[in-house]
Ligand binder design. Sequence first.
Ligand code: ADP
Ligand code: ASP
Ligand code: MG
Length: 403
Amino acid sequence: MLIVQKFGGTSVGDLERIQNVASRVSQSKKDGNDVVVVVSAMSGETNKLVAYAEHFSKNPAQPEMDMLLSAGERVTASLLSIALQEMGHDATAMTGRKAGIITDKHHTKARIENINPKMMTDAVKSGKIVVVAGFQGVDENGDVTTLGRGGSDLSAVAIAGALGADLCEIYTDVSGIYTTDPRIEPKAKKLDKISYDEMLELASLGAKVLQNRSVEMAKKLNVNLVTRTSFSNEEGTLITKEENIMEAPLVSGIALDRNQARISLMGVKDRPGIASDIFNRLATEEVNVDMIIQNKAHDGATNIDFTVPVSDLYDAKAVVDAFVQNKEIDADSYNEEICKVSVVGVGMRSHTGVAAKAFSTMADNNININMISTSEIKISMVIDEKYAELAVRALHDAYELDK
Ligand code: ADP
Ligand code: ASP
Ligand code: MG
């Protein structure tokens, strides 16, 4: 078998853990597999590098940020390769460039456009263990790019797809995908299987156990994806096609996203095209708008509220302020003390009353719902951040996910 194994930050968090990863990889190789390893930076390392840059500038240049951030993964790839060599293996460490990962030019959130896997395949063919630095690629000019936070997951899935690997294993600090973050609800249950679509919703709605774009890519390329822990031999969770799951549960999980901010626009001039103007400007600035609510304020004006990731707030403010200056909006305000809780499950498609239960659960716990959005397989609610954990636990209980 050809296996791609990805080890996240905590799994390579110190030298002892890198040694542990080397033993695991070594065992897979001894079992007769071809192994390509993708590593993250040691846990905390990427944040440390970001903080270093912010020491000098509030808004550091993006190409420099990418050169800086990509360094963390190079450290672990080199160390793991050295550890494997010391154990008698023929191992080789590769940067994103050497692994042939070509991206667009979008520094700090680049998309993979193409992978030239020749260096990797040649090395694997000659019996080597390939250790790739995750989270990075190069654009057509040869400039280093990074794939967005959590992007090593995407590196692993894309490499598995390009190599036609039989399996892509994501090793992390929890033993699989749970019904909700086990750090918030200790009664959360590990799932044996989950569909790509549900996992994509959970990841997009805040369950950072997998980066959402990696799940999207796994679905597109039909990669067999397993999430498991590097700290024991416990079986993990298979992320697979919906057809492979015999009985779809009504609700699979609860996700929490604390990194949301709410923007309120008061007295927006009520004319055709105003919403289009505002949201097109936001789109041009790459601001990721999520929920939107519009209601009548007074004659000739409306109020519009919407949410954005906290990381986009700075850019969103600049856009909105320009409309205020042009007197198309009377006033604006911002609230970062909010969060989004979501209930996800493909079973919702064929059942009624799932949303009603979410709302009454909030009511029973005296939690005010500020915004709501739904799709076929999810219900999301914006609430005050101080109720985040209470809401997750209450919903987990209400849908009996611990059973
Ligand atoms: P890594 O460093 O290995 O990439 P991450 O910190 O990115 O690991 O992701 C693992 C974390 O995801 C877990 O420690 C857990 O707190 C969190 N998490 C959030 N939602 C879930 C979920 N539904 N199931 C499992 N883990 C979850
Ligand atoms: N080191 C990067 C981050 O912390 C990428 C990753 O770990 O997946 O976001
Ligand atoms: Mg991660």
